[in-house]
Ligand binder design. Structure first.
Ligand code: GAP
Length: 454
């Protein structure tokens, strides 16, 4: 199917049907912009995170990992500029009592007439835009009256900046070097829908890369190219990605230059990942506010400077959504409809399915279960013995399982199994004892998505 035919409704429906992602608190009517992840959603999310950490930390010598707290000292958010500047312009409708983002009225639905946008009907009565802070506030302390107001972090980055001195000393590295972190962030977003594109809570995968000030423009370019290549490496089609530099009036309060990696979502080109040049804004702000100097000092020569920071920042959930959209395909095979997720094999929630052809045949079941037990020690495996084999293949296609191993009559006589490929539908006979090696070889091979029809 063509990219244009992949609608958000199809993604939402598959996600729910197969238990990737579903609305949160559903039995209570749901909570807008909150979603829960089911079995395959968790496995897919874990794989996206693992591939990010692999590329950003494990495959490099210049980046270390960190896991900082979600609730930080409230002064951090004053120094970072989030208390005063992390706001969205919102308008209220006095008629329907709904609240909208002033800059997204054209994408929002009127509270009374969803076919219209807010402000388009004679009944709409919108207020002037007002700035609302996006941070969730809560209180720390057992006693309400003596508690302290704190915030749920809206980005993981500040946890990195305030740990700069600790980590730089322990890592014993001279800039350029980076600190990477994956963790939850929270924003009180007013959103016009689009499934998990923008949610109240989400996971961020952020790198703060500290560089000598004179080199910051060069490193900014480097990280834009590097991050674009990561999305392509894991299967996002080139033609659906682009890098776009922010105009001056779009820049965040901390940024001197930002390029977004944008993806062609069903609702149009939108931000997938942001790559900002934060300059020395954060380290300088925290130095001034805390009294602790956040700078790099060469113990040998005494050379010192405040590094500039390049920050690639990607939403894990938004990345997962992008992989789902780009992988989604429908086709007709042997006069039957097939929905398939052509996920990169190293992202797919299940690497291989193990299927006994005749589920009442005790010998076949025994062989298949032994194979499952062997493979399971190394790979994500699903054993499925329910329903006709065609149905079982279709189920695996829908969750993106790249390979299926079928144990049949012939297995019982010659110890071979059928290896079915999700994308080509080719079936190959391989020795059961060589199945693990065959799968590991395929998993290690470079992979790119088959071209889309249309
Ligand atoms: N520290 C930089 C920062 O916070 P951002 O552009 O606001 O920058 C970075 O966010 C990335 O986080 C975005 O490109 C997007 O992938 C993701 N993101 C931001 N807000 C989100 C939300 N409400 N829901 C899901 N993902 C979000």
């Amino acid at each position: 199917m063509s990219t244009d035919a992949v609608t958000m409704d199809k993604i939402v429906s598959l996600s729910k049907r197969r238990g990737f992602v579903f609305p949160s608190s559903e039995i209570y009517g749901g909570l807008g912009s909150s979603y829960d992840y089911g079995h395959y959603g968790v496995l897919l999310k874990d794989n996206v995170k693992a591939r990010w950490l692999e590329a950003m930390v494990r495959e490099r010598d210049d980046i270390v990992a960190l896991d900082s707290s979600i609730i930080l000292h409230p002064k951090i958010w004053e120094a970072s500029g989030h208390v005063s500047g992390f706001t969205d312009p919102l308008v209220d409708c006095r008629t329907c009592k709904k609240r909208f983002r002033a800059d997204q009225l054209g994408e929002s639905e009127c509270g009374r007439k969803p076919s219209k946008h807010p402000g388009e009907t004679p009944d709409c009565d919108l207020t002037e835009p007002r700035q609302f802070n996006l941070m969730f506030r809560t209180r720390v302390g057992a006693v309400e009256e003596t508690g302290v107001d704190v915030y749920l972090r809206p980005e993981t980055a500040q946890g990195i900046f305030v740990n700069f001195k600790n980590v730089a000393q322990l890592a014993r590295r001279k800039p350029p070097f980076g600190i990477a972190q994956v963790g939850k962030a929270f924003r009180n977003e007013i959103t016009p829908g689009n499934f998990i594109f923008r949610t109240l809570e989400f996971e961020m995968m952020e790198l703060e890369y500290f560089v000598p000030p004179a080199d910051s423009a060069r490193w900014h370019e480097y990280w834009v190219a590097e991050r674009l290549a990561w999305h392509v490496r894991y299967g996002v089609r080139d033609e659906n990605l682009r890098a776009r530099a922010h105009e001056a009036d779009e820049l965040s309060h901390y940024s001197s230059a930002t390029s977004d990696i944008e993806y062609r979502y069903p609702m149009g080109w939108s931000e997938l990942e942001g790559i900002a040049n934060r300059g020395d804004f954060d380290l300088t702000q925290h130095t001034e506010a805390s009294g602790t100097k956040l700078e790099w000092v060469d113990a040998g020569t005494g050379e010192r400077f405040v590094p500039h920071v390049i920050e690639p920042s990607l939403g894990l959930n938004r990345s997962l959504l992008t992989f789902l959209i780009d992988a989604y395909d429908e086709e007709v095979v042997a006069e039957r409809d097939r929905t398939v997720l052509r996920l990169h094999p190293r992202l797919a929630p299940v690497t291989t399915a193990v299927l006994p052809l005749i589920t009442k045949d005790a010998a076949m079941v025994e062989k298949a279960q032994a194979l499952r037990d062997e493979l399971r020690r190394h790979l994500s495996v699903e054993y499925d013995d329910s329903g006709q084999i065609g149905r079982r293949y279709r189920r695996q296609d829908e969750i993106g399982t790249p390979w299926a191993l079928t144990v049949d009559e012939q297995t019982l006589s010659d110890d071979t199994v059928t290896l079915r490929d999700r994308d080509t539908l080719a079936q190959e006979r391989i020795p059961i004892g060589g199945a693990l090696t065959a799968l590991l070889e395929r998993l290690a091979a470079p992979w790119s998505p088959p071209p889309r029809a249309g």
